[in-house]
Design a protein around this ligand. Structure first.
Ligand code: DQA
Length: 138
């Protein structure tokens, strides 16, 4: 069974409540529960943190044994050399995801320290971005 982890960065714990016009009305916990039932073929896990170093620790912890990381680094996408370097340092492939189409938003969201080191990028499909990323491991 393939081991896949979803890693969510800052403020994504507020999904469902946070700017629902951009990020939707569903909480990540509800969406994740649905995903787990639908994709029983994967050993799926989930980690969220608002703290950059905790995200780096988790990437390092899983990055030599898991089959895939689905990463929404949220705002750290646009600022974190450290998360970019962590992805470079590990062996597990990383799929970068975003709920919104970051290229249709403010210019500071057009920069990503994740993309150059990711296997692929999926963005703009709402929470479905995570599902499409998961399907890439089928
Ligand atoms: C986001 C896009 C980022 O620019 C933003 O800071 C987020 C969420 C997304 O999933 O659309 O927090 O990563």
């Amino acid at each position: 069974m393939k081991k896949i982890i979803i890693i969510n960065g800052p403020n994504l714990n507020l999904l469902g409540k946070r700017e629902p016009g951009i990020y939707g009305a569903q909480s990540f916990e509800d969406f994740y529960a649905e995903l787990k039932t639908k994709y029983e073929a994967f050993e799926l896990s989930y980690f969220q943190s608002n703290i950059e170093g905790e995200l780096i620790d988790k990437i390092q912890e899983v990055g030599f044994s898991y089959d895939g990381i689905i990463l929404n680094a949220a705002a750290y996408t646009h600022t974190s050399v450290g998360i970019g370097d962590a992805i470079k340092a590990i062996e597990t492939p990383v799929i970068e995801v975003h709920i919104s189409n970051t290229y249709a938003r403010e210019e500071f969201r057009h920069q990503s320290f994740i993309s150059p080191n990711a296997k692929g990028v999926i963005l703009g499909f709402g929470l479905q971005s995570y599902e499409l990323a998961l399907q890439s491991f089928l």
